[in-house]
Design a protein around this ligand. Sequence first.
Ligand code: PMP
Length: 389
Amino acid sequence: MFDALTRQPDDPLLALIGLYRKDERPGKVDLGVGVYRDETGHTPIFRAVKEAEKRLHETQDSKAYVGPEGDLVFVDRLWTLVGGDTINRSHLAGVQTPGGSGALRLAADLIRQMGGKRIWIGLPSWMNHASIFKAAGLETAGYPFFDVPSQTVLFDTMMSALQGASAGDAVLLHAGCHNPTGGVISEAQWLEIAAVVAERGLLPLVDLAYQGFGRGLEEDVVGLRHLIGIVPETLIAVSCSKSFGLYRERTGAIFAVTTSSSSADTVRSNLAGLARTSYSMPPDHGAAIVRTILSDADLARDWKEELETMRLRISGIRQSLAEGLRDRWQALGAIAAQEGMFSLLPLAEADVMRLRNEHGIYMPGSGRINIAGLKTAEVGDVIDKLKNL
Ligand code: PMP
């Protein structure tokens, strides 16, 4: 019966990791994989995470099931980070999920369950967005988001596309640190988006996967908080993978901002039911770590400090890259003001292959680069190689 299956294409980013590993050239540079790297090229475990793990090791006395909703103290503390005091908490339904991907999938399943059919996604977006939504049975539609040659957010075109969306459609928005473009939506633009979404009767699904990597922990959720203040119902998919460096621990949450406590209760029961028939319950360890950190003022302070160091490192590399590239490509001066780990270079696939084959500089065919994959000492060399294409 397995003969009925056809081989699926390998994930291009995972294939790229394999090629990079095999490359024996000493100066090779990996700008492909989407994880934070420090100045030594290492993806560190936060100090606060290590300390929280130590405490959990000493105090945790059972591995009995937690439940499909996961760790509700984690969910509550995480919401404080995301939403602050913006809404009445009795109107909020939150459920722990296996990472941001699990949150997005649960959101898509919920949308299907309530009769939703279509979700609008920015072009381009994280590759997995469309795949997750389609796997859940949603139809996807694209709104223009970013022009790569000019490195600009296509705000007006995006707004016109959203004006054409039908009531009941969902709209995926990145809270910030856009993957793959780094393109920034200003506070004023968030207000405009919120107005159109509310007026057209759309359901926003906001993907928050990089809080603290853009302008700062609070600053990175300003737009999202405006949105939930204006639009009556919103879904928010949160990933702790980057902000807490917990990638493989699969830690995240899905939140639904609703209009009443009874609506929140119904949504929560649906999310729990969907989790139950999918993966039953989320893994505990990562959420227990985040709960421990966010419940202890000293650990939380240390975590914030370390996150800020990461943010500043990325921002510094952005400034140097932009400075070095803008005289050859004026548009790339925009890299300095973009946010998060990624930018999308206006390269033809042949240029991407030349960089890989001739110079050992690895990025996917799209030209997306992980800024955090660069060490300060490598920036000058990468700039030279890009300029000489
Ligand atoms: N959303 C975006 C925009 C992402 O870039 C990622 C991870 N690359 C995710 C969601 C999912 O993250 P997680 O590893 O927590 O599933």
